[in-house]
Design a protein around this ligand. Structure first.
Ligand code: NAD
Length: 329
């Protein structure tokens, strides 16, 4: 099977190439270009393509992939909100993903963001390097004995719940499908979670129901001085409303690994560019907002698991085995 690997970064090549000798049926062509309407035709002659969270796999792109004979889309990530599944299924194109490649990688980053945003370690680092040993602007709050509210208690949400528990926090959660894996977790309504949490961390997927789950109304329900962390998907937060909430002093701190508008910029070095959008810049103008660029997944363990599962997904397709990581709807 020939796979066209879109949006290649050096670390992708490094982790996938290591595995190629174990999968003699698979050949990979790595290209830097990401997939979108102008680059979909490059898949001519490839049975499969491999793409990441920042790919455009909307209906027109999938139509083009079908024209080029592509039968398989290998997502090297867990989320698939950027894939038009209806169109893929219409053409019999299978979509496979990598669920739960390292929930701890993302959860640990969520806590890192909460701590950085709260204790200003990013600013303290720069101040110390400039021989400025004052503490002005660095005061935080204890997490110990505070309440953490986890929205979405799948693999990552549960890992975050365990971390928060380890910090001595009370941990409450909201999920459409509560699970009983963690006996310390108290499930509550979304309203109660919003009203009682000191730290709110988002871990549900982006769907029609969860789009803008954090908006003017839900922000108003939150406690004053709340810390909000999003490592899930930017579309969970209505950014304009978040900006208003920050201006109203609602938040003690906000930590964002994902944000609306990120798809045009994420994983790119645009330090020499004139930015054509302003949401990200407005968020960055606030002293209590800390942002990273979708790096929650970025650990050695996660990249190893992503490469292994993606290759196994492709091999299962070649063998005609059960596709346990197929995205059906
Ligand atoms: P998961 O499928 O294991 O868990 C998602 C949970 O959200 C489930 O328990 C589900 O019932 C719940 N949920 C669904 N709809 C809901 C709703 N309307 N309200 C409340 N809960 C709802 O997924 P996961 O592996 O824990 O990943 C969660 C998300 O994290 C992914 O969808 C992805 O967007 C994001 N993610 C981010 C990174 C990163 O690098 N920042 C990496 C991987 C995943």
């Amino acid at each position: 099977m020939k796979i066209l690997f879109y949006g290649t970064k050096n670390y992708d090549e490094q982790f996938f190439e290591k595995l190629l000798p174990e999968f003699p049926d698979i050949k990979i062509k790595f290209i830097e270009a990401n997939i979108h309407e102008e680059t979909a035709s490059l898949a001519n002659g490839y049975e499969a393509i491999c793409a990441f969270v920042n790919a455009d796999l909307g209906a027109p792109v999938i139509e083009e992939l079908h024209q080029q004979g592509v039968k398989l889309i290998l997502m090297r990530c867990a989320g698939y909100n950027n894939v038009d599944l209806k169109t893929a299924h219409k053409y019999g194109i299978k979509v496979l993903r990598v669920p739960g490649y390292s929930p701890e990688a993302v959860a640990e980053h969520a806590m890192a963001l909460a701590l950085t945003a709260n204790r200003h370690t990013h600013k303290a680092y720069i101040k110390c390097r400039e021989n400025n040993f004052t503490l002005s602007g660095l005061m935080g709050v204890n997490l110990y004995k505070k309440t953490a509210g986890i929205i979405g208690t799948g693999k990552i949400g549960q890992a975050m719940a365990r971390i928060c528990k380890g910090f001595g926090m009370r941990v409450i959660a909201y999920d459409l499908f509560p699970n009983k894996n963690l006996d310390f977790l108290e499930y509550v309504s979304l309203d109660e979670l919003l009203a009682t949490s000191d730290l709110i961390s988002l871990h549900c997927p982006l769907t029609d129901e969860t789009k803008h789950i954090i908006n003017e109304k839900t922000i108003a329900q939150m406690k004053d001085g709340v810390i909000l962390v999003n490592t899930s998907r930017g579309g969970l937060i209505k950014t304009e409303d978040l900006i208003s909430g920050i201006r109203d002093h609602k938040f003690f701190a906000v930590g964002l690994d994902v944000y609306e508008e990120e798809s045009d910029y994420v994983f790119e070095d645009l330090s020499e560019s004139i930015m054509q959008t302003s949401l990200i810049q407005r968020l960055l103008s606030f002293p209590n907002v800390t942002m990273t660029s979708h790096q929650g997944f970025f650990t050695e363990e996660a990249l190893t698991n992503i490469a292994e599962t993606t290759m196994e997904n492709a091999q299962a397709y070649i063998n005609g085995d059960e596709l346990k990581n197929e995205v059906l709807s």
